[in-house]
Write a protein that binds this ligand. Structure first.
Ligand code: 5GP
Ligand code: MN
Length: 327
């Protein structure tokens, strides 16, 4: 595996060095890892004299507005027709890029296509795939890639990548955090990334409506046979005046429960139900998410189920209970 990864790193470096005009795509429901990784890479590519733009086909979280070059992120396609490199970061399948993935066969065939990702469920959909499930964040992989490209990690790039690492490890608290994660974070901090400011912006910067929404969600918390779950409906969002992304932290509160096998959050959207899953110990929720067309990591995964709330809850909770009962 290590050999293959270094081969792929070499192949990625060759692809990038041959390119002149790149786009870097962040996934929908964007988080600190996908945006920090995409922006950090784009800034690195610009330092090498290349044109590079970041695209994300979704609403951007306001609490990440401090990220360097955040204001330049394009939230709508189409991608420029003359790009010769497409980099897709922090996603295991092409549908995670939303409307940008429409016609993706086209852009992946026309331009060199590189996927940098750390999900176990990665489908290796690009020409070159840098996939490392031992990385706590895609930001760790971008750090290695920029190193291999000879990019100087300036304070702006360091800020992007440290944000990626801090957010995907929930502030270095996840089991995915390794000595390498901490070593990279230490280097990024030393290169000028303001750790305390990043933590402040991400975790201590919440609108009043966010905590009111969390209160409504926690009020509906239920637990049966080691599985705890709750939901956020469109009506609950409207009641407190919260936007959809304000429900993002609820699953982490739920994951702090003791003596549960798994937790599930069901969020209503106009198109269907967004499901977030977390587990402790050995229970693999990425397999549960994959069963419903999603994916993720063993301890943090998600999927999207068209249709109504009750149907999605029934299906997922029943499958969770079956898997949890299996030896
Ligand atoms: P979250 O619950 O925070 O949205 O996502 C948890 C993890 O599962 C993340 O690593 C995310 O990339 C992955 N994930 C969430 N939703 C989906 C989905 O619909 N499809 C896939 N493939 N992965 C998802
Ligand atoms: Mn990630």
């Amino acid at each position: 595996l290590a050999r293959q990864q270094s081969d792929n790193l070499d192949a990625a470096v060759v692809l990038i060095k041959a390119s002149h005009k790149a786009v870097v795509l962040a996934h929908i429901n964007p988080d600190g890892d996908t945006l920090g990784s995409a922006l950090g890479l784009a800034l690195g590519l610009r330092q090498l004299g290349k044109e590079a733009e970041v695209f994300c086909a979704d609403t951007l979280p306001e609490n990440l507005a401090f990220l360097p070059a955040y204001g330049e992120i394009r939230t709508q396609g189409p991608l420029p027709p003359d790009v010769d490199l497409v980099v897709l970061v922090d996603a295991s399948d092409i549908s995670r890029f939303g409307t940008l993935s429409q016609g993706s066969e086209g852009f992946c065939a026309r331009a060199a296509c590189l996927n940098v990702d750390h999900h176990t469920t990665n489908g290796r959909f690009a020409a070159v795939n840098l996939v490392d499930p031992t990385a706590a964040a895609t930001g760790e992989q971008i750090f290695a890639l920029l190193g291999a490209l000879g990019v100087d990690i300036d304070p702006a790039i360091a800020t992007c990548l440290l944000t990626a690492v801090v957010t995907d490890t929930r502030g270095f608290r996840t089991a995915s955090t390794t000595p390498r994660t901490l070593a990279i974070a230490a280097q990024l901090h030393a290169k000028g990334a303001p750790l305390a400011d990043i933590v402040q912006s991400v975790y201590y910067n919440r609108p009043f409506t966010t905590l009111r929404l969390w209160g409504l969600a926690l009020e509906r918390l239920r637990c049966r046979d080691g599985v705890a779950w709750t939901e956020i409906t469109l009506a609950m969002q409207a009641q407190v005046g919260a936007t959809p992304s304000e429900g993002d932290g609820v699953i982490d509160l739920m994951a702090s429960l003791r003596q549960v096998t798994a937790v599930a959050l069901f969020r209503e959207t106009p198109e269907g139900i967004k499901v977030s899953l977390r587990s402790t110990d050995g229970f693999d929720v990425s397999a549960v998410a994959a069963r419903f067309g999603g994916g993720g990591h063993p301890r943090a995964a998600g999927c999207f189920i068209p249709g109504g709330l009750a149907a999605a809850e029934d299906k997922v909770l029943q499958y969770l209970a079956e898997r949890a009962a299996a030896p």
